[in-house]
Design a protein around this ligand. Structure first.
Ligand SMILES: Nc1ncnc2c1ncn2[C@@H]1O[C@H](COP(=O)(O)OP(=O)(O)OP(=O)(O)O)[C@@H](O)[C@H]1O
Length: 264
């Protein structure tokens, strides 16, 4: 007898079911449903005050939703990088001490995480004196100490200049590949992260639109929030053609030249 192998559907790491959050009769989130699958990369975009951080807080159990439920897979380990942390300037703390505040962490775990984020040289530095980019790297290093299978990042490039932003996203990508984890992040830098994003969720209290970066950036609701210039920039990132094709699909000339087939 021939036995057919069947592909079982992947179980989500986290499922949010019909989540509603109301603050003093003001709706922050309405009927949010989402699934995060192992190894996937999901980017949340949306206008200021649209509920993105609230959504993360519900997922991280930092906030109990007004209604709805969150289902976690048994083996879930979450690493979280907050938007920013508040450090008391009168209580200097080194990077080493800061990382060792996490329970059950060995020196080896710490070194591995710092190496992965290329900040081993900062181990004895004061947290209060780190630059914006260094701080974000140390926060990501802290978030991966427990080898998460889901890394959640809330606007990871806040306070980082444009060159640093590209580098930071590159490091996040390398971290994901090394840990084999899923990523859920809130980001305004869709044009940078879209190449590595599987699904974009545009949240303005409810899910306005969701799908691949290309599909979302062309969605009228997304264009309404971010303007068509942004969508056009994204189009350039995803599909920049500096050449033309002949009827067989072969490249036949550059944009600034005209070959026989494109003369008329
Ligand atoms: N603890 C709270 N109490 C009352 N209102 C709150 C609370 N937290 C958030 N809100 C409100 O809920 C709405 C959503 O806020 P949230 O911080 O989730 O938005 P956001 O999309 O993350 O915004 P931003 O892009 O500006 O960071 C806002 O109107 C905010 O003022």
């Amino acid at each position: 007898m021939k036995i057919k192998s069947i592909q079982l559907p992947k179980q989500p790491l986290v499922a949010l079911n019909n989540i509603n959050v109301t603050f003093f009769q003001k709706v922050a989130l309405q009927n949010i449903n989402l699934r995060i699958y192992p190894n996937s990369v999901m980017t949340i975009v949306g206008p200021n005050g649209g509920g993105k951080s609230t959504l993360l807080k519900v997922l991280l159990k930092l906030l109990t939703p007004t209604s709805g439920d969150v289902v976690y897979s048994k083996n879930l380990r979450i690493g979280y990088v907050p938007q920013k942390i508040h450090l008391d300037p009168s209580l200097p703390i080194t990077v080493e001490k800061f990382l060792s505040l996490k329970k059950g962490i060995t020196k080896n775990d710490m070194q591995q995480a710092l190496e992965l984020l290329s900040v081993s040289h900062l181990i004895k530095n004061s947290m209060q004196k780190l630059s914006g980019g260094e701080m974000q790297r140390v926060l990501i290093a802290r978030a991966i100490l427990n080898k998460p299978n889901l890394l959640v990042l809330d606007e990871p490039t806040q306070g980082v200049d444009i060159n640093g932003q590209v580098e930071l996203y590159q490091l996040i990508k390398q971290t994901r590949e090394k840990l084999n984890c899923a990523i859920l992040m809130v980001s305004h830098d869709l044009h940078i992260v879209m190449a590595d994003t599987n699904e974009v969720l545009c949240v303005n209290h409810h899910i306005c639109c969701a799908g691949t970066p290309e599909a979302v950036s062309n969605d009228p609701k997304f264009i309404h929030f971010f303007g068509d210039q942004f969508a056009k920039n994204i189009a350039v990132y995803t599909h920049h053609h500096n050449h033309q094709h002949n009827i067989h699909g072969d490249v036949c000339c550059q944009d600034d030249q005209t070959c026989a087939e494109h003369k008329n």
